[in-house]
Ligand binder design. Structure first.
Ligand code: SF4
Length: 296
C-alpha cells in the first residue's frame, strides 16, 4: 500500500478503533533532541514527503518506501552483497556499509521505545513526530500521539503543511505544539524550488491558527530563494497576522546532509557555495522582532 495516499475513510476507521497494530514506516528515532520543540525530546522521523525542497538535509525521509543506502567508507569488499546495492544485499552485509533505510513499526513497539526516555523529558519535553512529512502517515501518528498523551507526555508535530486538512485535524486533540514551515509566499517560486505551490500549506496554516493550535513557525533561509529583506518582511507580516504563534525560528542554509544524497543514489535538487552570513541572519531576525514576533 502506498503510504503517500490518504484515504480518509480508512484513516477514520483505523483511528476510531484505536488499533494497536497500526504500523508506520520510520527511518530514525533521535534522542535528546533540543531543536524539535520545547525541552528535551525524542524525535521520530517518518518516511515519505510530498515536497522536494532542493536544500533538504534529510534525504532519507523523501521516499515513502524502504530503500538501500551504501556508505563506501564502511565497505570491506567482502562481496557478500554480490556487489549489488539492493535491499536483498543489505540483509547480507556484515558491516552495515549497505543497509536498509526504513523500518516498519507498530504503535506498541514505538510507544515502548519513546517511553524508555520519559525520565529525560521533564515538564516541557516530550515526543516530536517529524520526517519526511509525518502526516502522510496520519493514522499512525494520530494514534501514537493519543497514546503518548495518555501517558502524560507532551507531543509535537513537525509538518510542511502539504497534506489534506483531515490529516492535521485528526492530530489536533493530541498535539501540544505544531512546528510548521513557511518558506516563501510566492506560489510559483515555491513550486519551482520545492515541487509544489503553497496554496494548501497556507490554507492549513490558517485553519490551524483558527483551531487555537500552539504554533512554532520555522523559516528556512536559503541563498537566492528567500534571503532578502523583502521576502522576510512578507513572511513576518503573514506570521504577525497568524494567531497562536509562540516562536519563530530562522534556519540558515547548510550542507550537512549533502553527503547522504550519494549514499542513497540521489542528487541534491539545489546546491550552492553561498551561505547566510551572521550579519544577514541578524538583520532578518530584527525584521521579525520589529513585527512583534518571538524570533530565535
Ligand atoms: S556486503 Fe557490505 S561490506 Fe561486503 S562488499 Fe557488500 S557492502 Fe561491502
Amino acid at each position: 500500500m502506498c503510504r503517500n495516499t490518504l484515504c480518509l475513510c480508512r484513516l477514520q476507521s483505523l483511528f476510531l478503533r484505536g488499533d494497536p497494530y497500526v504500523t508506520g514506516l520510520i527511518y530514525d528515532v533521535q534522542r535528546f533532541s533540543v531543536h524539535d520543540g520545547p525541552g528535551i525530546r525524542t524525535t521520530v522521523f517518518m518516511k515519505g514527503c510530498p515536497l522536494r525542497c532542493g536544500w533538504c538535509h534529510n534525504p532519507e525521509g523523501l521516499s515513502g518506501a524502504v530503500q538501500p543506502q551504501f556508505t563506501p567508507e564502511e565497505c570491506i569488499g567482502c562481496g557478500s552483497c554480490g556487489g549489488e546495492h539492493s535491499l536483498a544485499g543489505a540483509k547480507k552485509c556484515p558491516t552495515g556499509a549497505l543497509k536498509a533505510v526504513g523500518q516498519e513499526v507498530t504503535t506498541e513497539k514505538l510507544l515502548a521505545e519513546v517511553l524508555a526516555d520519559r525520565d529525560f523529558y521533564g515538564e516541557d519535553g516530550g515526543v516530536t513526530f517529524s520526517g519526511g512529512e509525518c502526516l502522510l502517515q496520519a493514522e499512525f501518528v494520530a494514534e501514537m500521539l493519543r497514546r503518548i498523551r495518555n501517558e502524560g507526555i507532551t507531543t509535537a508535530v513537525d509538518s510542511c503543511g502539504l497534506v489534506p486538512w483531515e490529516a492535521i485535524r485528526m492530530t489536533l486533540p493530541y498535539t501540544n505544539t505544531y512546528l510548521y514551515d513557511v518558506k516563501c509566499l510566492d506560489g510559483e517560486k515555491h513550486r519551482s524550488f520545492t515541487g509544489h505551490d503553497n496554496r494548501l500549506i497556507l490554507e492549513n496554516l490558517e485553519k490551524l491558527a483558527e483551531s487555537g493550535a500552539n504554533l512554532w513557525i520555522r523559516v528556512p533561509v536559503i541563498p537566492d530563494f528567500n534571503d532578502s529583506a523583502g521576502e522576510m518582511t512578507a513572511i513576518a507580516a503573514l506570521v504577525h497576522n497568524t494567531p497562536g504563534v509562540s516562536r519563530v525560528t530562522l534556519m540558515p542554509y547548510h550542507t550537512l546532509g549533502k553527503s547522504k544524497y550519494a549514499t542513497l543514489g540521489m542528487i541534491p535538487g539545489y546546491e550552492t557555495e553561498k551561505t547566510i552570513p551572521q550579519s544577514k541572519l541578524s538583520e532578518f531576525k530584527s525584521i521579525f522582532r520589529e513585527a512583534g514576533l518571538p524570533v530565535e
